[in-house]
Design a protein around this ligand. Structure first.
Ligand code: BV8
Length: 251
């Protein structure tokens, strides 16, 4: 572990273009349930039952009850040490942060140059497709006054402004994520590397010649593809890496 940490720290210290991809594991220490861990969200619900446009079309109230519960949980959570380190790194020239998370904890930690691939649980758009409601608006009320909430523009049904399974990512977010793979160091943190197109980004970074690394509690399908796979908690490993990367290189 030490040698791998030192190798990654050395690369981080020298990187002119650093890209960090995060998943639910970065928010776990803040109390936000992951999708596939022991207490994972998907254990209680099947993704196809809830995180799809078909599910929402069938029963908007049921899907909103799931999201309203997640919003209530997330509202009580604060950024953890992993978010704080990533926010500090995000201020470096050439650093970009691409997250799959919809909890906005990176935003609350002050992260710059952030691409939120799957949107935000704190934003809504119009499900009924009115023009004014196609751009997400922020609604942080907990609890929401009624489920499903209404579109303020047309009075129709509002939906969470997140990307569901089977839905395309918004072009600007997809473009930002793909452009971020043109980097010197690509660091995936706290993701099971199962959901695409996010899971494909590490391979695109490798194709650009990037040094790739993964920090995760467990093996993932990306572990064999990266140059360095470090098994540990993001909230422990990232502060340690940050200290190592600041040290002058050993003679
Ligand atoms: C699309 C938002 C196309 C909603 C989410 C190939 C190419 C393209 C698409 C596909 C493809 N193959 C299959 C698909 C379809 C599908 C897909 O990938 N399916 C999977 C299941 C196989 N992809 C899609 O549908 C995507 N859309 O491609 O559209 C298209 C094009 C044109 C027209 C129409 C369609 C959209 C996918 C987005 C789905 N939305 N979230 C919401 O949140 O409610 S996905 C959701 O799960 C998350 O956002 C996240 O992205 C994803 C994976 O979760 P992770 O973040 O990785 O979290 P997970 O719990 O899985 O893992 C956490 C890890 O952390 C674990 O390994 C754990 O060990 C570790 N950990 C825990 N604690 C810590 C830790 N590590 C470190 N420290 C800790 N403390």
């Amino acid at each position: 572990m030490t040698a791998r940490l030192a190798a990654l720290a050395s690369r981080l210290g020298r990187a002119e273009r650093l890209t960090i991809l995060t998943g639910a594991g970065v928010s776990a220490a803040s109390g936000v349930p992951t999708f596939r861990g022991a207490a994972g969200l998907w254990r209680q619900y099947r993704p196809e039952d809830l995180a799809t446009p078909e599910a929402f079309g069938r029963d908007p109230r049921l899907v909103w009850e799931w999201y309203a519960g997640r919003r209530e949980t997330i509202a009580a959570c604060a950024p953890n040490a992993a978010h704080v380190v990533i926010a500090a790194w995000s201020g470096r020239p050439g650093c970009r942060v691409v997250t799959q998370n919809v909890d906005d904890l990176h935003l609350r930690a002050g992260t710059r140059n952030l691409v939120r691939m799957h949107g935000s649980i704190w934003e809504l758009t119009c499900w009924d497709g009115c023009a004014a409601g196609s751009d997400p608006w922020r609604d942080e009320r907990v609890p929401l006054p009624d489920l499903p909430p209404r579109c303020p523009h047309c009075g129709g049904v509002a939906r969470p402004a997140v990307v569901w399974f089977g839905e395309a990512l918004r072009p600007a977010q997809l473009r930002g994520a793909v452009q971020a793979t043109a980097c010197d160091v690509f660091l995936a943190v706290g993701t099971s590397a199962l959901v695409y197109p996010a899971a494909g980004l590490v391979h695109e970074a490798r194709a650009h010649g990037a040094f790739t690394a993964e920090i995760n509690l467990e093996e993932t399908p990306a572990s064999d593809a990266v140059d360095v796979a470090i098994h540990g908690a993001a909230e422990d490993i990232l502060p340690h890496l940050s200290r190592l990367a600041r040290q002058p290189p050993a003679d």
